[in-house]
Design a protein around this ligand. Structure first.
Ligand code: ADP
Ligand code: MG
Length: 305
């Protein structure tokens, strides 16, 4: 869910860690060089050991910082993050990309691959809304359940929506979900820094509107998915193309709320592009995506969301 006041924070750490990481890459390559004499090899191994030690220390420090600075993370969440760091998926959490009311997104790295780790804050999630979205989804069969179960279903929903979306449009690959944590591919530039949001950069708006129009049509008709929280906040820009993120509120077209959410999505999109000087109309976009006229009754219902 989008907290429109979110600020991207703390990212300055990223490059420091990134550089260290590259140094290690170099030493790894050198290790394979058969022409090295023993002394050099020993030195390399020592460096490698030191590097490993540094990583372990950093992991510890990071988790300590999380514990003290971000007291909203309960111990179970810390354990889940710990298990991700100790497992085969990520080596290091690099820093916070974004800290919102309901979730915190970290960047992480393993070898030369970057990841985004989205952690839902168990204590501040809006369970009532979550429940409403999950309940009508035929993919989930939750009866009355605990808040934790609702959050798990929520993360599972985002994971499955991302998988589905990724097949048809530009979006991060979902890799793993565990408790209230989702691991996905990081959308990033050449230096490993996260890509900016559409809201924060200048693009060729006419071109972007056309791409987004096609993508929404594909999402609706082929992926049979409605994003549910689409706006310039949840579209990143990479290689001069849109990349769609934050599918947590996404529903399949069979969901009773899908029409209302689609109408809200396309109104957000056309409002944004109108502000950027592009001639567009939500009714026309609705017709283009669904092949139907927008009925006043559906529009009326959508005003409740
Ligand atoms: N896969 C990703 N790659 C790069 N940045 C990401 C990724 N996922 C999230 N972000 C960044 O984190 C922010 C918050 O993530 P989002 O999924 O939109 O959560 P929220 O529900 O808090 O809005 C995004 O606006 C974006 O800047
Ligand atoms: Mg968002």
């Amino acid at each position: 869910m989008d907290n429109q006041d979110n600020t991207n924070t703390n990212y300055s750490n990223h490059n420091n860690y990134g550089n260290d990481y590259n140094n290690n890459d170099k030493s790894d390559n050198n290790k394979n060089n058969n022409n090295k004499d023993d002394k050099e090899l020993k030195h390399e191994k020592l460096l490698d050991k030191e590097y490993q030690k540094k990583i372990v220390e950093r992991k510890k420090r990071f988790l300590e910082e999380l514990k003290t600075e971000d007291s909203v993370f309960d111990s179970r969440t810390l354990l889940t993050l710990h298990s991700l760091l100790n497992g085969k998926h990520i080596d290091e959490l690099l820093g916070v990309i974004n800290s919102g009311k309901e979730s915190v997104v970290f960047s992480a790295v393993k070898e030369n691959k970057y990841f985004a780790v989205k952690v839902y804050r168990v204590s501040t999630c809006d369970f009532k809304t979550m429940w409403k979205y999950i309940q009508g989804d035929p993919r989930f069969h939750l009866r009355k359940s605990s808040t934790r179960q609702i959050i798990h279903a929520w993360v599972e929903k985002e994971y499955r929506n991302l998988k589905r979306a990724n097949y048809y449009v530009n979006s991060p690959k979902a890799l793993l979900r565990r408790e209230n944590v989702l691991l996905m591919e990081l959308i990033h530039d050449n230096n490993g820094a996260p890509s900016p949001r559409l809201k924060d950069v200048n693009v060729d708006y006419a071109k972007f509107y056309e791409i987004i129009k096609e993508d929404l049509k594909t999402l609706y008709n082929d992926a049979q998915l409605v994003h549910g929280d689409l706006s310039e906040y949840n579209i990143l820009v990479k290689d001069d193309k849109p990349v769609y993120i934050d599918f947590s509120q996404g529903v399949i077209v069979q969901h009773p709320l899908s029409k209302s959410l689609l109408i809200r999505d396309i109104k957000n999109i056309t409002n944004f592009f109108k502000r950027k000087g592009i001639e567009c109309d939500y009714k026309e976009l609705y017709r283009y995506i669904t092949g139907e006229e927008l009925r006043p009754i559906d529009e009326e219902l959508a005003n409740n969301y």
